[in-house]
Design a protein around this ligand. Structure first.
Ligand code: BGC
Length: 469
């Protein structure tokens, strides 16, 4: 009897002390998206895999850039990252535990084709087969992004995205991946945020490969747009039943103080941030009317290119992190027109990105307005927070508040008829945040980088509760 009472009280107490992370209205919010809505997480090869020189992989631009020194916060690098290469089973199991159904990951080009083109590295092919098979065994749908910023260094040595031959290199890489995984993977995304890797990598040199200059940027942009369409065609040919998308960074652009006099600057920024990569694929050409500086791109266009730029994507992935506010200036700069969040005294995350939930609603409406855009998916949205593990838990209430507020806006757009089909959190585990190193933490799961121990944060439990069926 005494034993039963003790047992009962232990059970009751544990029930009692089990934190409840979500509320009834959260439940209602999530249910309102409907049973077919896709809930997933997103990640990228360089940010998580580690094993930078294992399994026949050659260095990518990010290996070279981080090893160069002086480029990254505390000279950190992705040599080990969160060791996904060896711990993928554990991480996919955690993904399942949190009840997400889609796992969006990227393939490291230099694992598949260490010379960039030509000889295929079977060990690299096998690694992603293992990842895909593990997802499928766990009832998770694997979604592939072909390129998340890590071109093989051997190709960068020949000019990388500034060399027109990259269109062929990338199409060949696409064919190899589509042939290898096409029977198992039906959702494909060509690029992750082309505006980010072309501008940060080839215009301002803040990201790999650290190149600078307007002409490099113009060339990289045009070749990226051509490669995006060619790659789409190659997937279509190789995997006829694939759903093909590509992912764009997007930010709602507003005029400072709502003043009309800044409208030109708003249009210029919008063209650069939101329109530059999608409009050529829709057959609209580059948005030169609102951003005359883009005329320089014509120098790199060959006869017939305008046609080649077109490709009809089945869906467009939108990735939203902040709003941008601009004002006019005497010199029509792009970035120089920005009124930074810190100056405006608005809420920001650990990286200084403004937290502005309405922005995600605005960009959904903006992209939905394009004829030719049929389906939208939020393929990334998330926030970095100063997380700390306290007695085995991470109480990241502000991240929960962030997701609640953003999801409310996504739902608002959906209920107004915007065909938004899914929402993928950036990201499952904390990981390597490019030039910022490991300092910003975006994960639903905390990683202790010294031990690689994973700890589910309260925000992870929040999704776990809300997504359980
Ligand atoms: C990128 C991710 C990055 C995230 C947070 C996105 O632009 O796709 O690789 O980690 O933003 O900064």
């Amino acid at each position: 009897m005494h034993f039963i009472v003790t047992l009962l009280s232990v059970v009751l107490l544990s029930q009692f002390s089990r934190a409840q992370f979500s509320t009834e209205s959260d439940q209602h919010l999530i249910e309102s998206f409907g049973p077919d809505f896709l809930w997933g997480t997103s990640c990228s090869a360089y940010q998580i895999e580690g094993a930078w020189n294992e399994g026949g992989k050659s260095p990518s631009v990010w290996d070279e850039f981080t090893h160069r020194g002086g480029k990254i916060y505390q000279d950190q690098h992705g040599d080990t990252a969160v060791d996904f290469y060896h711990r993928y089973k554990e991480d996919i199991r955690l993904h399942k535990e949190l009840n997400f159904k889609v796992f969006r990951f990227s393939i490291a080009w230099s694992r598949i084709l260490p010379n960039g083109t030509g000889e295929i590295n079977q060990e690299g092919i096998n690694f992603y087969h293992k990842v895909i098979d593990e997802c499928l065994a766990q009832g998770i749908e694997p979604w592939i992004t072909l390129y998340h910023w890590d071109i093989p260094q051997v190709l960068e040595d020949q000019g990388g995205w500034t060399n027109r031959a990259v269109v062929e290199w990338f199409t060949e890489y696409t064919r190899v991946c589509a042939r290898a995984y096409g029977s198992k993977v039906k959702n494909w995304m060509v690029f992750n945020e082309p505006a980010a890797f072309t501008s940060l990598g080839y215009l301002v040199g803040y990201h790999a490969p650290g190149k600078r200059g307007i002409s490099k940027f113009m060339r990289a942009t045009h070749h990226t747009c051509l490669a995006m369409a060619e790659s789409g065609r190659m997937i279509r040919k190789t995997v006829p039943d694939a759903r093909i998308g590509t992912n764009f960074s997007c930010s709602y652009v507003e005029s400072f103080d709502g003043l009309k006099k800044h409208d030109k600057a708003v249009k210029r920024m919008d063209a650069m941030l939101n329109r530059l990569f999608i409009e050529p694929s829709l057959g609209m050409g580059y948005p030169m009317a609102d951003f005359p500086g883009l005329k320089r791109i014509e120098k790199y266009m060959l006869p017939g290119d305008a046609e080649k730029l077109k490709f009809h994507f089945d869906f467009i992935g939108l990735q939203n992190y902040f709003r941008v506010v601009v004002k006019r200036s005497l010199i029509p700069l792009v970035w120089g027109n920005q009124v930074k969040a810190e100056k405006r005294g608005v809420p920001v995350n650990e990286m200084g990105f403004e937290i502005y939930p309405e922005g995600i609603y605005q960009v959904l409406k903006q992209f939905d307005a394009y004829p030719g855009v049929d389906h939208l998916i939020i393929t990334e949205n998330g926030v970095c927070v100063k997380d700390e593990v306290e007695r085995g838990a991470v109480h990241d209430q502000s991240r929960i508040d962030f997701f609640r507020a953003y999801l409310f806006q996504v739902l608002k757009a959906k209920s107004e008829g915007v065909p938004v089909e899914g929402y993928f959190v950036w990201t499952l585990t904390d990981n390597f945040e490019w030039s910022e190193g490991y300092r910003p933490r975006f994960g639903l799961i905390h990683v202790d980088y010294a031990t690689q121990k994973r700890t589910i944060k309260d925000s992870g439990y929040w999704f776990q509760e809300l997504l359980q069926k």
